[in-house]
Design a protein around this ligand. Structure first.
Ligand SMILES: CC(C)(COP(=O)(O)OP(=O)(O)OC[C@H]1O[C@@H](n2cnc3c(N)ncnc32)[C@H](O)[C@@H]1OP(=O)(O)O)[C@@H](O)C(=O)NCCC(=O)NCCS
Length: 186
């Protein structure tokens, strides 16, 4: 399908550039990297070929309802991806999905910078009211990162997914436009 490219966004530590079909090679490697995969919602899904990953993340991607960026470091190294999913023009909300794919790039502030850029785009450019996400309840690094960006804990989703075949809880988190605006002013 035709991919409508989102704008490039430049922050203090990262540049977000629109994802391209060639990037699916990176994505394929990232989602099969054990330190990354452990935390992914689809961690228990069987390994996929490059063709399957391309179909799932690119060919079947809905460019009207989603925005898809590659996160690059200041040096231009691709480090991960961030997406807005299910952009809903009636309820004015969307879901955020992010993953730093290179483990040596964890905890350098790249995720926080990338999310802040995407929230600015979501609230100011798209005019959304709310952005939400779900994360594993034991993903302390992710929760800390999301809270730094203004997300608040909204509830526990019990036994929401399987990890290595075992049910685990997930946390629902969300940020409202007025909360984000208040954070910008302070
Ligand atoms: C979650 C993720 C997006 C966060 O991005 P990041 O660039 O690593 O995060 P940041 O450096 O911006 O922020 C992480 C914060 O958590 C802190 N942190 C790191 N490990 C932690 C831990 N075990 N417990 C508590 N806090 C932790 C960091 O110190 C940092 O806080 P600080 O700035 O106050 O020091 C990224 O680590 C990632 O993609 N991980 C693998 C896959 C994943 O978890 N995806 C999310 C699925 S919902």
């Amino acid at each position: 399908m035709i991919q409508l490219a989102p704008p490039s966004l430049v922050g203090e530590k990262v540049r977000l550039r629109p994802a391209r079909e060639e990037d699916m090679r990176l994505l394929h490697r990232w989602i099969h990297t054990p330190e990354v995969r452990h935390w992914l919602h689809a961690s228990d899904r069987p390994d996929g070929t490059l063709e399957e990953v391309t179909r799932r993340f690119w060919s079947n991607w809905d460019a009207v309802e989603g925005r898809f960026w590659i996160i690059e470091t200041a040096e231009g190294r691709p480090a991960g991806n961030v997406r807005l999913l299910g952009i809903d023009p009636f309820h004015l909300r969307a879901e955020l999905a992010i993953s730093i794919g290179e483990p040596d790039c964890f905890s350098l502030g790249l995720g926080t910078d990338a999310i802040r850029l995407v929230l600015g785009y979501a609230f100011e450019d798209l005019g959304l009211r709310r952005v939400d996400l779900q994360t594993d309840a034991d993903n302390a690094r992710a929760i800390r990162c999301y809270e730094k960006c203004g997300f608040v804990r909204e509830g526990v989703l019990r036994a929401r997914r399987l990890r290595y075949g075992e049910p685990i809880d997930m946390l629902a988190m969300g940020v409202l436009r007025e909360e984000w605006q208040a954070g910008q002013a302070s």
